[in-house]
Design a protein around this ligand. Structure first.
Ligand code: A2P
Length: 344
C-alpha cells in the first residue's frame, strides 16, 4: 500500500534532504505534497526527476490533500501551530523539531534503538525525531549499554553549521568568502552568536539556569527518554566551521566492576545496525566529517580503554547531521511506522 505524504518545510535544508532520502529508501508514496510558507509557495522541488509545486502550509491543506504521513521540519513554532491540523486530518506527524520531544504522550524514536516506542503514536498522533547530536550518540551507546551497562556518559560535540538550517550553511560560506576578500572584519553575523569562520563557539541554543545550554540538556533528557535509562549524561556542545557532519568525543563509564575488552566493544559497535567502525590509528584511519557527509551511517573510531580505570572507554563518533541527524532518521521512523501499523 502507498501513502499520501506531506513535507512541511520543503524548501529548507532538512526538507530538501527528505526528498532525496524518501526516494533512495524507496518510501511507498502515492502522492507527495511539499509545503512551506507563502514566501515559497509556487516554487518547485524535484522528486524522482519530476518537478512538484510547493503549496502554502495552511490549517486545511492536510485534509484537502488527504495526507496520511506528515514530516514536519519548519521549526518548533510551526509544529506547535500546525501539527494538530495534520493529526485532526488523520495523519501521523513525524516531527523533526524539539517542540514535542519531551511530551510524555509523544514517543521519541531512533528506530535502531527503541523502535517499539512507535506503537505509542496513537496517543497524540505524533512521533518526535530526536536532536541530531542525540541520535548519533544513542546509536553508539545502545550496543555498549547492552554489552556492559552504562553508568555515566561525558560528551563534547563538534557540531556543523547545518544544524542552524540553510542560513547557517550560507553564513559559513559567506564568511569564508569574506576572509579571502580581506573583509572578514565587516562580515555579517546573524545565524550564530559570533563569527563562525575560523572560530569555534561553545554555545548552541540558549543558556539554562544550571549553567548548561539548552542543546546540552537536550542530550541529557532525550538520551534518557529514548534509552529508558537514567544513567548520568554531561554534554558540552560546540559549533565548529564544518558544513554538515557532527562529531562527538565520548567518555563512557560502565557499571562498577566492568573490565572493558576493546575487541568486545568494537564487535558490539560493528554489529549494530547503521553503525560502521573505522578504527586504525596507526594507519591514520578514523571517522571524520568528510567521510560521513552524504551517508546514512554513524561512524565510530579512536576506541580506547582508559589509562586509569578499567570500566571506562573513550571513542569518537561522526554522522551527517542533515541525514542521520534529521532526514534519514525521520524516514526510517516512517518506514518502521508502516511496518508496525500494518500489524497494529
Ligand atoms: P520558506 O522557504 O517558505 O521560508 P531551514 O531549516 O533550512 O532554515 O528551512 C526552514 C523551512 O521551514 C523552509 O522550508 C521554510 O519555508 C519553512 N518555514 C519557515 N517558516 C514557516 C512558516 N511560518 N510556515 C511554513 N513554512 C515555514
Amino acid at each position: 500500500r502507498k501513502f499520501n505524504v506531506a513535507v512541511v518545510g520543503a524548501t529548507g535544508a532538512v526538507g530538501e534532504e527528505l526528498f532525496r532520502v524518501l526516494e533512495e529508501l524507496n518510501f511507498p508514496i502515492n502522492k507527495l505534497v511539499p509545503l512551506a510558507s507563502s514566501r515559497s509557495a509556487g516554487s518547485k522541488v524535484e522528486f524522482k526527476n519530476k518537478e512538484i509545486t510547493v503549496l502554502e502550509l495552511t490549517e486545511s491543506v492536510f485534509e484537502e490533500q488527504e495526507i496520511e504521513i506528515a514530516f514536519f521540519s519548519a521549526g518548533g513554532s510551526v509544529s506547535e501551530k500546525f501539527a494538530k491540523f495534520a493529526v485532526e486530518a488523520g495523519a501521523v506527524v513525524i516531527d523533526n523539531t524539539s517542540h514535542f520531544r519531551m511530551d510524555p504522550r509523544v514517543p521519541l524514536v531512533v528506530p535502531e534503538v527503541n523502535p517499539e516506542d512507535i506503537r505509542l503514536w496513537r496517543e497524540s498522533g505524533i512521533i518526535a525525531n530526536p536532536n541530531c547530536s542525540t541520535i548519533q550518540m544513542v546509536q553508539s551507546l545502545k550496543p555498549l549499554d547492552d554489552l556492559y551497562g552504562i553508568k555515566r556518559v561525558d560528551v563534547s560535540t563538534y557540531q556543523a553549521v547545518s544544524g542552524a538550517g540553510k542560513s547557517g550553511m550560507e553564513e559559513l560560506v559567506k564568511q569564508m568568502q569574506d576572509f579571502f576578500a580581506f573583509r572578514l572584519d565587516e562580515t555579517e553575523i546573524k545565524a550564530f552568536a559570533h563569527q563562525i569562520a575560523l572560530n569555534v563557539i561553545p554555545q548552541i541554543d540558549v543558556a539554562m539556569d544550571n549553567g548548561f545550554t539548552k542543546e546540552e540538556m537536550k542530550m541529557v533528557n532525550e538520551t534518557q527518554k529514548i534509552m529508558h535509562k537514567n544513567f548520568q549524561v554531561a554534554a558540552t556542545c560546540v559549533r565548529v566551521p564544518v558544513l554538515r557532519s557532527h562529531s562527538e568525543s565520548l567518555t563512557v563509564t560502565f557499571n562498577d566492576g566492568v573490565d572493558v575488552d576493546i575487541s568486545e566493544v568494537r564487535n558490539a559497535l560493528e554489529n549494530f545496525e547503521n553503525v560502521k567502525v573505522i578504527d586504525d590509528l596507526a594507519n591514520k584511519k578514523y571517522p571524520m566529517p568528510i567521510i560521513s557527509t552524504d551517508t546514512d551511517f554513524t561512524y565510530v573510531g579512536r576506541i580506547r580503554k582508559d589509562v586509569y580505570s578499567s570500566n571506562i572507554v573513550h571513542y569518537f563518533n561522526v554522522a551527517d547531521q542533515v541525514r542521520v541527524g534529521a532526514a534519514t532518521n525521520a524516514v526510517r521512523i516512517g518506514l518502521k511506522w508502516i511496518e508496525l501499523e500494518s500489524d497494529m
